[in-house]
Write a protein of this length. Structure first.
Ligand code: URA
Length: 218
């Protein structure tokens, strides 16, 4: 199964210069400004213990956006999301979908590393969420894949378990969202990789055929 329309779009984007064709002009400049803000952000106390804010990586014109939880030790040191062991597995998952890391956009719910890699607290998520909102506005992905419960619950404002949420389509401001297991969880529980692959196959189909549409009001 191919990712036909996505490949065509990427080729066309390369040829034509993307901002002019598909995006509001100046998206890349806006993202750079936002990145600068994030790297130096002091909105929550996490900035006291981190090396730097970690913004995102990948294509600013990606159709598919992955949202993880928070930077870990490696990400904090390098300033790039998903570069540690969980990142290597995420790379393999992306490759298994027939895509390259450079073709998708990867970020986190919160941009500063929590101490001892603990889960982000509600006030930290709240302080950081406007950055993610702006990234989504600028990137305008067709599809978002949330990785794990903290990312899923924060984006979709829910408190449900991953068992309930994963593998099903949800919507954030009209954008199709498919939650799946976090790659760090899959490293701890490799027996769940089969379920994650089922989810990734749904993403492949949605990229090839177009994402599901949010239910209308009528
Ligand atoms: N786990 C995450 O959720 N994000 C990262 O960037 C790295 C590990």
């Amino acid at each position: 199964m191919g990712t036909g329309w996505l490949k065509k779009r990427l080729e066309l984007e390369k040829l034509m210069g993307v901002d002019a064709l598909f995006r509001k002009p100046g998206v890349s400049a806006e993202l750079r400004k936002l990145e600068e803000e994030v790297r130096n952000c002091t909105r929550c106390r996490l900035h006291e213990g981190r090396t730097q804010g970690v913004f995102a990586c990948g294509s600013p014109h990606a159709a598919l956006m992955f949202i993880g939880e928070a930077p870990g030790r490696d990400e904090d040191a390098q300033g790039i999301p998903f570069v540690g062991r969980a990142g290597k597995l995420l790379d393999q998952m992306i490759l298994a979908m027939g895509l390259q890391r450079e073709e998708v956009y990867i970020t986190n719910i919160i941009k500063s590393r929590p101490p001892n890699n603990r889960e982000p607290r509600a006030d930290e998520v709240e302080a950081c969420f406007p950055y993610l909102e702006r990234q989504i506005e600028l990137i305008q992905p067709q599809i978002i894949c949330t990785l794990g419960r903290p990312a899923t619950n924060a984006l979709l404002s829910t408190n449900r378990s991953m068992g309930e949420m994963r593998g099903k389509w949800h919507f954030y401001r009209g954008i199709a969202v498919l939650p799946t297991y976090h790659s760090a969880y899959l490293l701890r529980s490799p027996g769940q990789k089969g379920k994650a692959w089922q989810d990734l196959k749904k993403l492949i189909v949605a990229l090839a055929e177009g994402p599901p549409q949010a239910p209308g009001l009528f």
